[in-house]
Structure formats: C-alpha cells, structure tokens
Design a protein around this ligand. Sequence first.
Ligand code: GLV
Ligand code: MN
Ligand code: MN
Length: 416
Amino acid sequence: MKELQVNGQRLWQTIMETARFGGTEKGGVCRLTLSDADRQVRDWFVSECEAAGCAVSIDEMGSIFAWRPGKMDKLLPVAIGSHLDTQPSGGKFDGIAGVLSGLEVLRTLNEAGYTTDAPLELIDWTNEEGSRFTPPMLASGVFAGVFERDFAYAVVDRDGKRFVEELERIGYRGQRKCGDYKLGAYFELHIEQGPVLEAENKTIGVVTGMQGQKWYEVTVTGQDAHAGSTPMRLRRDALVACARMVESIQKIALNHAPLAVATVGLVVVRPNSRNVIPGSVFFTVDLRHPDDDVLLQMDRELREKVNAIAKESDVEAKLVNNWNVAAMEFDRECINQVRNAAEALGYRHRDIISGAGHDAVYIARVAPTGMIFIPCEQGISHNELEKTTSEYIAAGANVLLHTVLAYDEARNEARR
Ligand code: GLV
Ligand code: MN
Ligand code: MN
C-alpha cells in the first residue's frame, strides 16, 4: 500500500470549489460559524461524504461525522478532522485543508478498493475559530468534556445571538449526543500558520504539541465628554488609557522574547464619534507561550499593568480571563506514525510545536492524537491572502493517508 497516493489535483480543485462559500473579493473566505455560508459549505460537505459512501450524522453541537465502514466495525474509529469555519477575513486553507484532505483520503481509499480494519470517521468540528462565538474549539471542547453543552448553547455573539438558536436556524442542531462515543485515534492536517517550515525548506511539520494560551476581555470606563470644551487635564479618556494598555501588552511579550506572543485584536470604542471623548472601550487580549510558568508570569504582568494604567488615567478597568488552555504534548505513538509516514514518503520534515490552537488539542484529552503541518507562504494566515501550494497539500494528505493506514495496521498487529 506504500505506493498509494492521493489525487492532488482533485484535492486542490475541491478546496477551490468550497472557497466560493463565503468567498471574498480579495480571494479569501468569510465563513463565520453558523452563518449562511457555514450552512452552505456544510450542505456541500454532507452530500460529498454521502457520495463517498459514508453514513453522516450530526451531533448536538452541529459537528458533522462521516463514517466509513471498516472490516471490523466493533473497533473504535480512526478519525480525521478539522474545521470549515473561518475568521472574518480568513483564507482558503485554515481548517479547510484538513477536512478536505480527509475527504480526499476517503475518496482515494474508495478508488483503491481498500478497507481498513477499523472504521474511519471524518469530522468537521463546529466553531474552531472562536471569532464569532468565544471560546474557540467549542464543539471539540464539549466533545472532550472541557465545556458543558449548555454552556456552549448559551454563548452569544456580539449581536446577542445565541449559539443554540443560530445552530437551529441553519438546521444543524443534530440528535447525536456530543461526546457519547469514543474515537480510537484522531489525526488533523493543518497549514502551519507560521514561517518555520517555509524558512527551513521543509514540506511536513510533525507536530509534537501546542503552546499554552490565555484569552481576556477588558472593559475600560471613563467618561464621555465634549471634544471642544473639556480641558485636557479634566478628561477621563478610555481610549487613551486603552492605547497605553495595548502598548504595555506588547511589551509584556517583548520582555519574554523570543517565544512569547501577545495580541490585542478586537477593540470597540464607544460612542465612536469624532467629537466625543470616548467614555468606554472594550478590547480583547490573547497571550501565548509554550511554557505555562512563563504564561502565568505574563498573566500577572497583564493584571498589574491594566490596574496601574487605569489608576494613572483616572478610569476604571475590568479584566475578565475568559479562556485558558495549557501547553500540551500529543500522543507519542501518533507523533511517531506521522514522522514515519513523512520519512517513508521521502518528504523533508521537522518536529514543530503549534503556535495556533486546534481541535486536536481538546481531542487529545480523549483519544490518542497527532497533527501534520504543511507550509504556508511567509507563514501568513488569518488573512485573505493566506497561500499554500497544491504540492504541499498533496504531500500533507499523503502523510495523512499513510499515517491512518499505518495506525490501523499497527493496532491490528497489536491484537494478533
Ligand atoms: C486559532 O485559529 C487560533 O487563534 O490559534
Ligand atoms: Mn484552524
Ligand atoms: Mn484559525
């Protein structure tokens, strides 16, 4: 079976085909979770999985499971997955490359007439991005028991729309209890979303784990006042205080260089009128580091800075830590299977820690899990211009295919 290869051209065309659901003028994709575009791509995905001979089911969180029978259907399935939702100005590959490579693996096995021992399960997890509904990795989190289903249902977007109502609106509130059954293993292919593989001319990243992350929401309250008649010394300008906080957050990351990163990605200024001193600002903070102790130190520095700047600026600041995930390592055997497949197929590879969050991080809590990275141009992602090549995607999908086959084979050996 070593010679079996995916159809790289078909995979590329499939990715381009789905990019029209939520496609933007600049060539990117805006497919926010549970939007109409999300529904369109899901409908397309369900019908393609059925056409590939899979039985499709939807769970209570709207995640889609496409089941391909094995020779021994009592065995736990070997799963492949990622996400079809995107950032508001997302690209064609973040998440999508993983789900559609999984579909290509199934199509390739169908053409070869190959049946694995264990069944295979291809999964699209709902709301990986966390852009519209926070926290991210929400459905995989419920699946893994990190979040309660009803907590997820009650999450609201910035227009006050509830997750569960939007799930119903697009027709994807399924019957299957989320997390009611076990996966034998889980593999996810993803673009790297960073510059390392390209810079080192490597085709495959063997992902060994993920860095820790902490998310926050900060509300700064000063006082709305007239821009013309309020002297500078009497102002309680929430935006000026926010600006100082943003700069100090950048410095927190620089203090813990080179591995720390810190981002303020969302700012809402109120009342946002050119001749009103802003009385209120809401902003988000994203802190990440591969070492949880350093991340905790960054957390302390953030709290100190926000409080000190609020005091000096005569404003109030309320900081809420709304999501945390600890640094983690993937399963040894899964990592080895990915590395062995890359090696056997002759691809240049290296071990790598993920800077981004992925559903695999939560699924790793309930099943042996591994990830495969492929390069993306200049490491640019969460951007409409996100790019990779059909050769890299085909290489990643071949590694995915052979990792899954080798994992299935190894389990069979172990049972003998
Ligand atoms: C997910 O896309 C992340 O922010 O890492
Ligand atoms: Mn992603
Ligand atoms: Mn993303």
